[in-house]
Write a protein that binds this ligand. Structure first.
Ligand code: PLP
Length: 293
């Protein structure tokens, strides 16, 4: 079961009464993109992946805020968020009301020399993530190849934007698999913890939960933000800070968190067994599966 909607270009400030008339459903087996499309030719665009859990699109607001921020960093026309909200609501209506789905929003520079960006969303069943959620994952650290403050030195790297150019992230995952691990944590060339190729890093030292400060070189994860709100509401201490790589080894628990896989506890780090906090992981995933806005 998949759903694809193609959105008409709409300026960010356009007010349209009938937003449903600005997007249309494309059958799964019908052509939807032109061959000159720059998202496919150069990865020149931005995206978001939202979880739809039991008929609810999770954290739509934070995902749309990040989509707009990514568009600004990439100098793409700002998306019309009301139109995206309406399209997301339509996709959710078309999906089954139980189960988990990954809903991807894509905004690209469009067709070369074309007049407007291309925008679409596509929803498909999520993979079965029960094993990483319940039993955890093994992780290796890999060098990201730049310093943790690289965003300020080289803004053209578009760090901090969720661009479609994920080939290097996928290459890092393949390298992790070659080394016998399920996933990886990127570390900066100057020795700081950054993020996973598709996830944010969360550490617990005692009762204090920390995550790398969003310096512009990593994505600010919607799942991490939601978990931090939840932790703060339930009286736990949270902090954003620069985290040195050796602090991974001194943590009492470590997670990679993301929108669709949710919280995966680390059970092995760089080949050595790592303490797995099964109880907190269960509580995290129970919270993350509740409807969240
Ligand atoms: N960092 C990177 C590089 C990502 O690709 C993702 C998600 O795909 C995340 C962090 C986690 O973000 P979120 O929790 O919003 O899914």
């Amino acid at each position: 079961m998949t759903v694809t909607l193609l959105l008409e270009p709409l300026p960010a400030d356009a007010r349209v009464d009938d937003l449903a008339s600005t997007f249309r459903e494309v059958p799964a087996d019908a052509p939807a993109l032109r061959v000159g499309e720059l998202s496919t030719q150069r990865g020149d665009g931005v995206f978001e992946t939202i979880s739809v859990a039991n008929g609810h699109a999770q954290e739509t607001g934070p995902h749309l805020d990040r989509l707009r921020n990514s568009a600004v960093i990439c100098e793409l026309p700002e998306p019309n968020l009301a139109q995206w909200r309406a399209a997301i609501a339509r996709a959710v209506e078309l999906l089954p009301s139980t189960g988990e789905f990954a809903l991807k929003l894509v905004l690209s520079r469009g067709v070369e020399h074309g007049p407007a960006p291309t925008a679409w969303l596509h929803a498909a069943p999520a993979a079965d993530f029960s094993r990483p959620r319940e039993q955890g994952i093994s992780v290796v650290t890999l060098d990201r190849g730049y310093a943790h403050d690289a965003a300020a030195q080289a803004p053209w790297l578009l760090l901090g934007a969720k661009t479609l150019s994920y080939a290097t992230n996928m290459a890092a995952l393949r390298e992790a698999h070659r080394r016998g691990a399920d996933d990886t944590i990127f570390v900066s060339s100057d020795g700081f913890v950054m993020e996973g190729p598709t996830s944010s890093v969360l550490l617990r030292h005692g009762e204090v939960y920390s995550t790398p400060a969003p310096s512009g070189a990593i994505l600010h994860g919607t799942t991490q933000m939601s978990l931090f709100d939840h932790l703060a509401e339930t009286g736990r201490q949270t902090e954003y800070r620069d985290i040195r790589v050796d602090e991974l080894g001194t943590a009492d628990a470590l997670w990679l968190v993301s929108s669709v896989r949710l919280a995966a506890g680390v059970t092995e780090l760089d080949g050595a067994a790592f303490p797995f906090d099964a109880e907190t992981t269960r509580a995290f995933n129970a919270y993350l599966l509740e409807p969240r806005d």
